[in-house]
Design a protein around this ligand. Structure first.
Ligand SMILES: [Ca+2]
Length: 293
């Protein structure tokens, strides 16, 4: 007679030391302040990022299309990139930035522009994932004046399509040929750009363990997040943290051990990272029913 093959009881202890300081903090993914004299040299543009995550800093470029770089001039702080030859540039002349957002979501854009009186007065920001097809970033129309306080975007949300991408392209493109002073953009008219900053929050943690319960936890150490541990129903008898306090979500810095004990008739299969709620990391524990022979 075949007997039910009761599962071995797996008792898995997982120590998670969440070395964390701030939950859900905004991280600087990429920043150009244009103040690095070592990069203010020929050919000047593209100018690589001054700050950000390792995949961007000193790599991610800001470039210029259609107009002409003139010099490094006074910016909102330090220097800014300055350009002329914006005449007849409606829809064709733009500043452009490209950068990685891998591992990040909830992206927000800030930038500052200033024009001379005959420089272009109207821009908008578009985004692309392939440098070919462009769409508007919502709420990113910019009116430029002869100061660094008007043509400013502050924490404008980037579309979710930009999350977790190897390369996101943004461009600040002219939307008219009207100049700052209400005339027509002249070839001598200039536009400066400074303090481009994109922030975001780290994507949820991912956890990979094999069936023996050995494995590693991988997460972005730049931004640490609270951790939820969810129960699944497939045969699990109990998943919990071992050492109180066990309030969910666990705050960053909490030392947590969780135990997965399959119910009779079930077998532990794997731990996987999962996204149960946007921005809330969770660990799912998978069980399969054991074949009754
Ligand atoms: Ca600057």
């Amino acid at each position: 007679m075949k007997t039910k093959n009761f599962t071995k009881t797996f008792t898995l202890l997982l120590g998670l030391m969440l070395i964390a300081a701030f939950g859900f903090a905004q991280a600087t993914i990429v920043e150009w302040n244009f103040d690095d004299e070592t990069k203010q040299v020929e050919p000047h543009l593209p100018y690589s990022a001054d700050d950000g995550i390792p995949s961007n800093v000193d790599i991610a470029p800001v470039s210029l299309t259609g107009a002409s770089f003139t010099d490094w001039n006074t910016g909102a702080s330090g220097q800014s990139a300055n350009a002329n030859n914006w005449d007849d540039g409606n829809g064709t002349k733009y500043w452009q930035a490209s950068f990685s957002t891998e591992g990040y979501e909830n992206l927000a854009l800030s930038s500052k522009q200033r024009g001379s009186n005959t420089g272009p007065g109207d821009f908008k920001v578009e985004y692309s994932l392939d440098d070919l097809t462009w769409a508007d970033v919502p709420s990113a129309n910019i009116t430029v004046e002869n100061n660094f306080t008007t043509g400013v975007l502050t924490n404008v949300a980037l579309p979710a399509a930009c999350n977790d991408q190897p390369t996101v392209y943004l461009r600040w493109i002219m939307t008219s040929n009207t100049s700052v002073n209400g005339g027509t953009v002249a070839s001598a008219g200039t536009n400066r750009i400074d303090d481009i900053v994109i922030t975001g929050t780290a994507l949820p943690l991912t956890l990979t363990l094999d069936v023996e319960g050995e494995g590693t936890i991988g997460y972005n150490t730049d931004v640490n997040q609270p951790v939820n541990i969810n129960q699944t129903r497939n045969g699990i008898t109990w998943v919990n943290c071992i050492d109180p306090p066990c309030d969910y979500p666990f705050e960053p810095g909490t030392y947590v051990q969780i135990r997965a004990v399959p119910a009779p008739g079930w077998e532990f299969v794997e731990w996987v990272g999962t996204y149960t709620v946007a921005s809330i990391p969770a660990f799912r524990i998978v069980f399969d029913q054991i074949t009754v022979e």
